[in-house]
Design a protein around this ligand. Structure first.
Ligand code: PAP
Length: 330
């Protein structure tokens, strides 16, 4: 299987595409239960909370995305390591195309080389994904049950990445305050909401569990990863990813240290120090997003610097209770 690299500059936007059903979706969304507390009110749809604009994009994607059996989908709860997973998988599947010294990731943010299914490019062109040649490397924050795979009888491969909820929470708090200029969310208040499952794409435990169960049932199709496991042995995970993606490293590649070079290129320090990730911008119709918002600390356990032991214990107990019996633990 040869993945075709994306040459067109892709950018992220939360602006919904011009779509015939868009107005209809807007009306539908305006009638959904709404709750305030985050930087924007969230709406509840099929037991998950979303920003209204993103839900609109999801509904459009459900109408327009035509899964192909050889699609590979990188799925994450936001702030669980999407940028890293995109960089790793893009580098693994395109390793025969690019040398490490002249690699697209040296000049483009990882978020832009793997397009989201539901978040459209700047022009709002929802046909962009359909115009990509197979096999496609795509990404999503959608819960598994929202991806129109099963319904269209396709069986794409999915790589899911999750993270210790305490670190994902802290990362979300920073991101939210940076993304929405002037927004200053009270950490204690949004922690309470997060613990209730009220957060964008939350409850996070249901998001985790949907993919976890699928990975137990169909391990050849759904690979489940934890951010902490990549941190502890990145080269091992890179090898496992290459196997899962049907592109195992040859003995010569292994002997030549290619997995380690993939790790190095996609390492937080390497990517965060690049000019494109320090000063680059993504423009949407009514906002600008700095590439740097995707790089903060990139550490395991940074929560200790932001939430108390008592808060951590409370969240840990909730997570334990929600995941009980599933076999998934943190
Ligand atoms: P998204 O959900 O908005 O798409 P995502 O990449 O999941 O973004 O979240 C960003 C987090 O991943 C940040 O975590 P932090 O706030 O705890 O620091 C960011 O630093 C981290 N991150 C980005 N790139 C890497 C990388 N190459 N290695 C490890 N962590 C990374």
């Amino acid at each position: 299987m040869a993945f075709v690299p994306i040459d067109k500059e892709e950018s992220l936007t939360e602006i919904p595409p011009e779509h015939a059903s868009s107005k209809c979706h807007t009306n539908f969304i305006s009638k959904l239960p709404t709750r305030e507390g985050w930087s924007q009110p969230l709406v509840l749809y099929k037991d998950y909370w979303f920003r209204p604009q993103l839900l609109e994009n999801i509904l459009v994607a459900q109408d327009t995305y035509m899964p192909r059996s050889n699609d590979v989908i990188l799925a994450t709860q936001p702030k669980c390591g999407t940028t890293w997973l995109k960089a790793l998988c893009f580098t693994i599947v395109n390793r025969s195309q690019y040398s490490f010294s002249n690699h697209p990731l040296l000049t483009r943010n990882p978020q832009h080389v793997v397009p989201f299914i539901e978040i459209r490019n700047e022009g709002g062109d929802h046909n962009y994904i359909e115009s990509l040649p197979s096999p496609r490397l795509l990404s999503t924050h959608m819960p598994l049950s929202f991806i129109p795979i099963e319904t269209k009888n396709q069986s794409c491969r999915i790589v899911y990445l999750c993270r210790d909820p305490k670190d994902a929470f802290v990362s979300r708090w920073y991101f939210e305050n940076k993304l929405f200029n002037g927004c200053s969310l009270d950490l204690g208040k949004i922690f309470d909401m997060f613990c209730e499952g009220f957060s964008p794409y939350g409850p996070f435990w249901n998001h985790f569990l949907e993919y976890w169960k699928a990975s137990m049932e169909r391990p050849e199709k759904v690979m489940f990863l934890k951010y902490e496991d990549i941190k502890s042995d990145p080269a091992l995970v890179v090898r496992k990813l290459a196997d899962f993606l049907g592109m195992p490293f040859t003995k010569a590649e292994d002997d030549g240290g290619i997995p380690e070079q993939v790790v190095k290129l996609c390492d937080f320090e390497t990517l965060a120090s690049l000019q494109v990730n320090q000063t680059g911008l993504v423009r949407g119709k009514n906002y600008e997003l700095h590439n740097s918002v995707f790089f903060r600390k990139g550490r395991v356990g940074d929560w200790v610097n932001h939430i108390s032991e008592e808060m951590a214990g409370r969240l840990d107990r909730i997570v334990q209770e929600k995941l009980i019996g599933s076999g998934l633990t943190f």
